[in-house]
Design a protein. Sequence first.
Length: 113
Amino acid sequence: MGDSRRTVFLALLASAALRGQAPDPQDPQHRNNFPPHPGEGDVKLPNGKSQKDAIAKQNHEQALKDAQTLVDLAQQLKDDIDRAGQYVVPVSALKKTEEVEKLAKRIRGRLRT
């Protein structure tokens, strides 16, 4: 039992000593001078433009198209409900609400990235 206590004590003492000797990340002498990961740098396309900018522009254009489709679909849904009357829900209106949901989720996902 004395040996196991001594082993645990020495292990704790050694870990405390090593923790005290850890290099300070603020010290310029101990900073990592490794190049950034390949995914971190900005990749240039063959035409010289930034790949991130090209993707952002494409996502923006697609979000605008999807938003216009969403507006058109919402207007069609409103027209269907207006024509149907007070106690009738057309099946096409239910399908359009599902399309509206999918489109809204797609736009939200595109805007988050």
